[in-house]
Ligand binder design. Sequence first.
Ligand code: MN
Length: 269
Amino acid sequence: MMHYRAIWISDVHLGTSGCQANYLLDFLKHNEADKFYLVGDIIDGWRLKKSFYWPQAHNDVVQKLLRKARKGAEVIYVPGNHDESARQFFGLSFGDVKVVEECIHTTLDGKKLWVTHGDLFDGVMQYAKWLAYVGDTLYSFILYVNRYFNMLRVKMGLQYWSLSQYLKHQVKNAVSYIADFEHIMAREARLRGCDGVVCGHIHKAEIREIDGLLYCNDGDWVESLSALVETQTGELKLIYWTHIKGDPVEAPELSFQTAVASILKEAAL
Ligand SMILES: [Mn+2]
């Protein structure tokens, strides 16, 4: 069991078939932290609104996070665009999980990191929401293919390999889009008087310096299966959890009632 000063995860997309909940669950079983930052797109409200899809493993992720909060870890939830309905709860708590619009994390060596999902500074999201929706449908389809592709790979004894990640990296436009996003986030962090930023949203894990600002992206749990951590000695690093150490959870789907009841129980509401 590793114990970090802080762990950041985002873009889990619970409620979609692309979500690799088993990997995240295994990560949460083997990694502890004083502070957990949930940096948006944790639950995919866009998809759940269309059809209710909620396997046991997805429910277990929510319960695990609530339990960590109850047992003394500080759990801070910064909603993103796919879970934007949680934005009406800014300032409130769910169980022991605090919901905030954005926040600042202070590293061991005193650096201030601005923590935000990132969609509010994404040109596509701001100016053409419909375009993002179309992209979302196509993207979901690729992730769907990716999931079955990898189930096949596991059966053949091969390692996890992200098809969607591969496709995206082949597209030049996506590359310049990512670069633009990273620069905007760094600039916004500077405007806020911070030394760096931690965000998610574009599903591309990264730690690098941009114009003297520290840009960190914690990645996602549909493609890269990654988290950002700050170690006890104040080092920031990315963890890729592409191997399940324990037994994967069998994933029967839960009904809406069962899911809500078990989550409310865990949140002690
Ligand atoms: Mn997002």
